[in-house]
Design a protein. Structure first.
Length: 285
């Protein structure tokens, strides 16, 4: 009994840490400024239709939920960090759509079994620490025959490599937790879903980012906007040598992925995995 209580307490603490991580900085602004089209790309790949009931898991400020609503779907946006919902509500109102916003853990969604025609996540569920639990919930709340659609950074792409670069500067992952970019590996995702889904379609694509002239522009932006990066630097507070080492490592990474042309902003191609699947009609959770 004590082991179960200790495990539950540790999980709550981990989720609070994740919520706090994403509440800092300004991820809604980052998503709008750097990768505004990715949500719509996922919605199109899923073939969403008007009046379908759609859940966006780990929705943030609705970068996929709002495009789904624009398609005429009845959308619920769920996220562990409701601090991002106000930005999402403003964006939805500006674009003339309404959707429901629900606080919820991607590993324990507050919805019944077989509830949604489509369950999607754009750069969201990949950050839930326990991958199997997240995958199980995606399947559980999707109707038999319904669509599951995911867009995730790949391990080999820029953001995946950014996490690899930051890893030596961060504490070890808690027991059972896995690194987010594994969701960008199709074999990993196939293993999570097993025989509960069929018709898996997966392809790697890139989004081109031209917002940074120099590597240090990227570094300043991510240190002020991106929760995971902010958290790493907070953990290094007071250790100037480690901060300088991480600065240098991240700028070197940005330089590696940049294609600069004179005074024009550098071009960075960030790779992601776009995956869709259909829940088997006899699938269990």
């Amino acid at each position: 009994m004590n082991d179960k209580k200790d495990s539950a307490k540790a999980d709550r603490a981990l989720k609070e840490k994740h919520r706090a991580m994403w509440a800092q900085g300004d991820y809604p602004a980052l998503a709008n400024e750097l990768i505004p089209d990715l949500g719509a790309i996922l919605v199109e790949a899923c073939g969403l239709r008007p009046r379908q009931r759609v859940l966006d898991v780990a929705a943030g400020a609705g970068n996929a939920a709002i495009p789904a609503a624009l398609m005429g779907a009845e959308v619920v946006a769920s996220d562990l960090t409701p601090e991002m919902f106000d930005a999402g509500r403003r964006q939805a109102a500006d674009r003339g759509v309404a959707l429901e916003w629900v606080e919820g853990d991607a590993e324990a969604l507050p919805f019944p079994d077989d509830e949604f025609d489509a369950v999607i996540s754009c750069l969201g569920v990949m950050f839930a620490p326990h991958h199997q639990a997240g995958a199980d919930e995606l399947v559980r709340v999707c109707k038999p025959g319904g669509t599951i659609g995911l867009l995730s950074w790949t391990p080999e792409g820029f953001i995946g490599q950014m996490f690899t670069t930051m890893k030596p500067f961060t504490p070890p992952l808690p027991p059972g937790a896995q690194p987010p970019p594994l969701w960008g590996n199709v074999d990993h995702v196939r293993g999570l879903f097993g025989d509960r889904v069929a018709d898996i379609q997966a392809r790697k694509q890139t989004v081109t980012v031209t917002s940074f002239h120099e590597p240090d522009d990227f570094l300043r932006y991510f240190k002020s906007h991106y929760g995971p990066t902010i958290s790493v630097y907070k953990s290094l507070a007071g250790d100037e040598d480690r901060v300088k080492a991480l600065d240098a490592a991240l700028m070197e990474l940005a330089e590696t992925f940049s294609d600069a042309h004179g005074d024009a902003p550098s071009q960075m191609d960030w790779e992601y995995l776009l995956l869709t699947a259909r829940k088997n009609t006899k699938a269990g959770s």
